[in-house]
Write a protein that binds this ligand. Structure first.
Ligand code: GLN
Length: 289
């Protein structure tokens, strides 16, 4: 620890934040202090002269040092917000991202007012998609799978905490599924190219590589999912996939090759085509095209 750090007897909120701001982003400094003090943001502003207990100051310093070493804030606090709900995250799962909320919005928009939908989430990770869909779609039967047992523990904890009814299956894509069929399949699969320098930067360095990288072009898992989805969709069912910023045309190509109809891509809030999908109209419809 740096010798400039104030001693434990006297540090107050303002001093702790000033110490942290010399090391990490100002917003991160606040989020981590709120996490240690378990307090609302307003308290940091309203009561800057409040003294920190020695153990809180020690915990805060440790968190700030880890953040300075690059550990993502979500792994330090153990939580991340997704679609208005708080999800537990650990280094076993990808940190939920705001652009993935687009998948939720598309799913809801394509089945307005539908009850009892059968939904499959492939590669559920923290469970953010599966749990959100289970809570937003009335009486949906949601199945979520992941090949990582550690990820499934996190997803199950999130479903339990948020009161979502989701069935979890350990499976490498469709491998361990029974013969269920679904009206809706969603996935945020690994889609980063294996050699992408982005994998060595920022938060991504600390995330599970198996949830990120997918072959030389990043398309291996997308291709496997698109190829396997028709056998799992009811006629008229939809598949929506998140993909990389430059993969929309490739994703539409995979969907077309597999015989999907109504193929489209949708832009995220940054204006990047981030989700592509299509409708499965059945083998007869595919063969007559
Ligand atoms: N959006 C993530 C990133 O760019 C990748 C997520 C994924 O591969 N599913 O780091």
């Amino acid at each position: 620890m740096s010798p400039a750090a104030p001693s434990a007897d006297g540090i107050d909120i303002a001093g702790a934040l000033a110490w942290a701001r010399a090391r990490i982003d100002q917003m991160d400094a606040r989020v981590l202090l709120r996490h240690v003090l378990q307090c609302p943001a307003a308290r940091l502003v309203a009561w800057p002269e409040q003294k920190l207990a020695a153990e809180d100051w020690a915990e805060y310093r440790a968190l700030v040092e880890r953040r300075a070493a690059g550990v993502p804030v979500a792994y330090l606090t153990g939580t991340r917000e997704f679609y208005g709900r708080e999800f537990l995250v650990t280094p076993a799962v990808l940190i939920p991202r705001p652009e993935t909320e687009l998948l939720v919005e598309l799913a809801l928009a394509h089945f307005p007012g539908r009850r009892g939908l059968r939904v499959l989430d492939l590669g559920t990770g923290s469970g953010a998609l599966a749990v959100t869909l289970a809570l937003e779609l009335e009486a949906a039967e949601v199945v979520a799978l992941d090949r990582s047992r550690e990820a499934l523990w996190v997803a199950m904890a999130n479903a339990a905490r948020l009161g979502a009814s989701v069935s979890f299956v350990q499976s490498d894509w469709f491998g361990a599924l029974g013969d269920e069929h679904f009206e809706l399949i969603v996935s945020n699969p690994p889609y980063v190219a294996a050699g992408d320098p982005h994998l060595e930067q920022g938060d991504v360095r600390f995330e599970p590589r198996g949830a990120l990288a997918a072959g030389p072009q990043g398309l291996d898992d997308l291709a496997e999912i698109v190829a396997g989805a028709p056998a799992r969709l009811v006629d008229g069912g939809w598949l929506f996939l998140e993909h990389g910023y430059d993969q929309a045309a490739s994703a539409r190509g995979l969907l077309a090759d597999a015989g999907f109809a109504a193929i489209a891509s949708w832009a995220d809030l940054a204006g990047i085509e981030r989700v592509s999908g299509g409708r499965w109209l059945g083998r007869a419809a595919r063969d007559s095209r």
